[in-house]
Design a protein around this ligand. Structure first.
Ligand code: VG1
Ligand code: CO
Length: 543
């Protein structure tokens, strides 16, 4: 057994984005690339000495090789113990749950989430801290700084271990526990929800289609939905994790989960449709003929969470990312609890959850979660919906109709322009940023601008400030649009345009979303010069 110190030179592009470092697999396979980043993590967290870590990923191509390398580096950096999901698999929320349950120092999650996988596609890695959540900016910045000055890394000369064998093994002096990736997570879900009531719901004939998109959630969904809850066999489709996710983008949206949307809008639709993403932290919810916008799902869950045992004492507060619709704010107001508006990315919710200021959190990008872990959690959201349906004995369309009747409806959509050239995308942002202040008071197509700014966030717990988090233009009517560039893509730039219009209660709750937003869409295109500057006449994805 010998620790090798390997000479290396820094890469300039290891800056973590919205959720860790994501690059093409080929980039990660390049000499020293993965190792440099992993060593930068260890250095940034003050070394591995005496620490216990959790390690696992979404099962995509290169996941097992990366696990082996990281284990040898962890041992060389003095880590005492690593808990590894069997075959290197742990969904992102399950990794968070395991970090919390065993009170480890943190964990390394291997995922590029909803990005496609395979030898020519994407890989990703991120560090989560001891609360189970993504490292805050202070730590991701420290990792990036280390990556810019690294000169060597440490790795143990040791054979690969058997990732398929549950139980203890050694890598040098470091003990490795291969754990069942589902067990701890399932126990946590059983503590939050009324499994008896949900089981009775399925027994009464309630039907569900859960599309695991050939990614990490399959084993969890099968064990919990079809196993513990007795949903009919076949409820979970695409339930076996594949290293290339079957060649699909495991992104639950109308384009990539088209089969599910077609089913739910067709004649043979089950009562509920749901899907998760590559690493299991996202969810979408559909009723018969109705797609519940993720922002609306957050609001409806917040309004009904007290029906599930884990939330029976009510919520402390609700947090949403800035581009997420303000539907949840109205619920918070009605409940008399605070609401928070954070930048995009789950790392900004951690402090609010730790301080018990927020109980539920959500993002428009199909992410919802609570204080049970420090990540968004796809299957958790499905179970909370099921628990609510079991209690209310109403369909999803009925629950949403009542919700809008009570609170009004925030019509909401996101338009993505993917794989743009970087320079014109940046120029578009710069141009819009430059004219924000001059927009206030101007009227476009009957909508007068009430405010326009570049969103900055001051964390109410530790006072840290995050700037440049999205350009937002709000109108006197309550409508708004927000524009930002994605921080998770690996090819060119992706422009995200978030569109929102509020229809007060008593108004028309049955409009087509794109029709309802037509004026705001036109204004956003004109003001931000989207088609003119991108050369695109339509978004790549509308969700
Ligand atoms: C996207 C979403 C954001 C989410 C992030 C990570 O980021 O918009 O809401 O937190 O992905 O989710 P961006 O920077 O591309 O807009 V996941 O499920 O990809 O880990
Ligand atoms: Co994800």
């Amino acid at each position: 057994m010998s620790v090798q110190t390997v000479k290396t030179t820094p890469f300039t592009d290891q800056k973590p984005g919205t959720s860790g470092l994501r690059k093409k697999v080929k980039v990660f396979q390049g000499q020293h690339y993965l190792e440099n980043f992993v060593q930068s993590i260890f250095t940034a967290i003050g070394g591995g000495h005496g620490k216990t870590l959790v390690l696992g990923g979404d099962g995509r191509f290169y996941n097992p090789q990366a696990v082996q390398t990281i284990l040898k580096m962890a041992a060389a950096n003095g880590v005492s113990r690593v808990l590894v999901g069997r075959n290197g698999l742990l969904s992102t929320p399950a990794a968070s749950a395991v970090i919390r349950k065993y009170e480890t120092s943190g964990g390394i999650i291997l995922s590029a989430s909803h990005n496609p996988a395979g030898p020519d596609e994407d890989f990703g890695i991120k560090y989560n801290i001891g609360n189970g959540g993504p490292a805050p900016e202070r730590i991701t910045s420290a990792i990036f700084e280390e990556s810019k000055k690294i000169s060597d890394y440490s790795i143990l000369d040791w054979p690969d271990i058997d990732l398929d064998r549950l139980g203890g093994q050694m890598v040098g002096d470091m003990s490795v526990d291969i754990i069942d990736p589902v067990a701890d997570y399932q126990v946590l879900m059983e503590s939050l929800f009324d499994f008896g009531k949900i089981r009775a719901l399925f027994q009464s004939g309630f039907t569900l289609r859960f599309d695991a998109m050939s990614a990490a959630t399959g084993p969890y969904a099968k064990a919990i939905l079809e196993g513990a809850l007795g949903a009919a066999p076949g409820t979970v489709v695409n339930g076996d994790p594949l290293e290339d996710f079957g060649g699909h983008h495991p992104d639950p949206n109308p384009v990539h989960a088209k089969a599910l949307f077609d089913l739910m809008y067709g004649e043979d639709a089950p009562d509920m449709g749901a899907a998760s993403d590559g690493d299991g932290d996202r969810n979408i919810i559909l009723g018969r003929g109705l797609y519940v916008a993720p922002s609306d799902s957050l609001a409806a869950l917040a309004a009904n969470a007290h029906l599930a045992p884990g939330y029976k004492d009510g919520l402390k507060g609700i947090a949403r990312s800035m581009p997420t619709s303000r539907a949840a704010d109205r619920v918070a107001e009605a409940l008399g609890i605070p609401s928070f508006e954070t930048p995009t990315g789950w790392k900004f919710f951690g402090n609010l959850l730790d301080a018990d200021m927020a109980t539920l959190c959500g993002e428009e990008s199909a992410g919802t979660g609570s204080n049970h872990v420090r990540e968004k959690d796809g299957l958790w959201a499905v179970l909370l919906w099921l628990n609510i349906i079991a209690e209310r004995k109403q369909s999803i369309p009925e629950i949403m109709a009542e919700h809008w009747h009570t609170y009004g409806r925030n019509y909401y959509s996101r338009h993505d322009y993917e794989a743009l050239e970087v320079a014109p995308a940046n120029a578009l942002m710069d141009a819009l940023r430059g004219k924000l202040s001059s927009l206030v008071g101007q009227t476009f197509h009957g909508e007068t601008v009430a405010s326009a700014d570049d969103f900055a966030y001051t964390d109410p717990v530790d006072g840290s400030v995050s700037t440049g988090q999205g350009l937002r233009v709000a109108f006197e009517s309550g409508s708004r649009f927000v524009i930002r560039l994605s921080g998770t893509g690996t090819v060119g730039a992706t422009l995200r345009v978030y569109l929102e219009r509020y229809e007060p209660k008593g108004g028309d709750m049955g409009m087509d979303t794109q029709d309802a937003l037509a004026t705001i869409i036109t204004i956003a295109d004109e003001v931000a010069e989207i088609s003119a500057r991108t050369g695109r006449d339509a978004p790549t994805v509308i969700s």
